[in-house]
Design a protein. Structure first.
Lengths: 259, 155, 105
């Protein structure tokens, strides 16, 4: 090792003492956008050609629509989402004091439905929940991610980190083996990304529809031949929370487009 | 025991192969070049098809065959007497050879259409333009479709 | 179903303008099978048209090879102020419309 490299490594340690082996330092964190080709980037960049915007449009209509036996719309409490929801998704999953655990944006929407609208919960990965969460998260586009900063969330961030580092499935791979140690390499034709969840819910060309981060995590789990956790399970929420805290400082992109 | 890079890559290759196989088996019979030819003749009839005038912008290597951006443009003045009547796009290996037919008028101003298409496999895409004098012009492009890693199985 | 329509709000007379449309549709090919081997029936948009102050200026026949949530871009000469009307027609009686206005100076 050269002297300069040793100094650079020492400087890195000094600058980021909390960084654990194998983790990506803040200034090296990159959105999945930077791993895509120009055609897919162009699709995301232009709102009139980004198919994720169709869901944002649907979410905007749902936001203003009265629902449940309380006959209330989201807008009746939260007003104009452009101001009231700006930055909210960048903080999710967020610690819920009443429940004593972190909840995702999807779960927050369903809690609002139960407590304030007296409406049935929207099913995970259903069109309405995706549309509403896309509309809410879209208001945070460009806002830096800060999820996991809440001290009460820390034990759950740690739980998520442990899950991220833990080998699983018949292929015995952990998330970290691909997304910390081997990003920028390729798996078949596709680049391995850092797995930064900056644009969820996002439009995946493979899915040909919008999907949640939980759907993406579950398909990674099937990929390593592991039993995927259920939607809304504490493990998926903890993983989601860790991933968002790991993406700290990156900008929200919802609705992103990915291959 | 820590995984070596070589072991990791071989495992990683395993994911891809295993993940992609069910998709391959779900794929029905592909359109054969004969079907492509028949589909083209259904539009063109017996008229000769010349090469030229048509431009097909499509990525030579696509990230996902489910959504491939494509633009077809035709060199034409687009006047009342000299314009492009229609643009027809075909593929070689999807289950069906047709992709789209697009009908223009002299008031289109520019003979250009763009859409997003599905390509089941690495294959040829053919674009044919019918001009107002009923001549046909074509262009073909080869597109390599890469297979995504960890493809979700259909359920 | 919602649609995203992009027509310039204003144009000069005689200017060639681009029109872009994006609409929500699954575009189920009719060639896929479920895990238990059943064929998923075809459900696609088969036809799209655009009228400019009543006159058809663009039409398209779509096939299963068009990607989900069909995107179309095409051009027209801005002749006069007025309205563009878009119509998507598909399997199982599917029909959807949208419109956009333009001021031509």
């Amino acid at each position: 090792m050269s002297v300069w490299r040793a100094i650079a490594a020492a400087a890195l340690f000094a600058a980021a003492p909390a960084l654990l082996a194998g983790e990506i330092p803040p200034d090296a964190r990159r959105s999945g956008y930077s791993f895509m080709g120009p055609d897919t980037r162009a699709m995301q960049d232009d709102d009139t050609s980004n198919p994720g915007m169709l869901f944002v449009l649907e979410g905007e209509a749902l936001w203003a629509k009265k629902t449940g036996s309380a006959e209330k719309a989201c807008a009746d409490c939260h007003g104009d989402a452009r101001s009231s929801m700006k930055g909210v998704a960048a903080r999710y999953p967020a610690f819920d004091k009443a429940l004593g655990r972190p909840i995702t944006l999807d779960q927050r929407i369903n809690l609002c439905r139960a407590n304030h609208q007296q409406a049935a919960p929207l099913p995970y990965e259903g069109r309405d929940l995706l549309a509403l969460s896309a509309f809410v998260a879209h208001q945070s586009r460009g806002v830096a991610i800060t999820a996991g900063d809440d001290p009460q969330a820390k034990p759950f961030v740690e739980q998520g980190r442990e899950l991220f580092m833990q080998r699983e499935g018949q292929l015995n791979l952990a998330c970290t083996n691909c997304h910390d140690d081997n990003f920028d390499k390729r798996l078949a034709g596709a680049p391995i990304t850092q797995g930064q969840p900056t644009g969820y819910p996002l439009y995946r060309l493979e899915w040909q529809t919008l999907g949640s981060l939980e759907r993406r995590l579950r398909s990674c789990m099937s990929g390593v031949r592991a039993q995927a956790y259920d939607y809304g399970s504490p493990e998926l929420v903890a993983l989601e929370l860790y991933l968002m805290s790991r993406a700290r400082g990156l900008s929200m992109e919802t609705p992103a487009v990915r291959p | 025991m820590p995984t070596t890079r070589r072991q990791f890559l071989s495992l990683a290759g395993g994911i891809t192969t295993a993940g992609v196989m069910p998709v391959v088996t779900l794929r029905p019979i592909e359109a054969t070049p004969a079907m492509l030819n028949t589909a083209i003749r259904n539009v063109v009839g017996e008229a000769p098809i010349r090469t030229g005038k048509v431009k097909l912008d499509i990525p030579p290597l696509v990230e996902n065959g489910n959504t491939v951006p494509m633009t077809v443009s035709v060199a034409s003045p687009m006047t009342a007497t000299d314009y492009v009547k229609s643009i027809h796009v075909f593929n070689e290996k999807n289950p069906q050879p047709n992709i789209g037919n697009f009908y223009l008028t002299p008031s289109s101003g520019r003979a250009q259409v763009a859409t997003r298409i599905r390509l089941a496999d690495t294959q040829k895409v053919v674009a044919i333009a019918r001009l107002s004098d009923d001549t046909f012009w074509q262009i073909a492009a080869d597109v390599v479709v890469t297979l995504a890693a960890c493809t979700e199985e259909m359920n | 179903m919602p649609a995203l329509i992009n027509v310039p709000p204003k144009a000069r007379r005689g200017e060639v303008i681009e029109i872009r449309t994006l609409t929500s549709h699954i575009m189920e090919t009719g060639f896929r099978h479920t895990a238990d081997g059943k064929l998923v029936p075809r459900d696609i948009i088969t036809s799209f048209s655009c009228r400019y102050n009543g006159a058809e200026i663009f039409r398209a026949d779509l096939f299963p090879a068009i990607a989900a949530n069909p995107y179309l871009s095409f051009f027209t000469v801005a002749r006069e102020s007025g309205k563009f009307e878009f119509e998507w027609i598909g399997d199982n009686g599917y029909s959807s419309t949208a419109s956009a206005s333009i001021i031509v100076e």
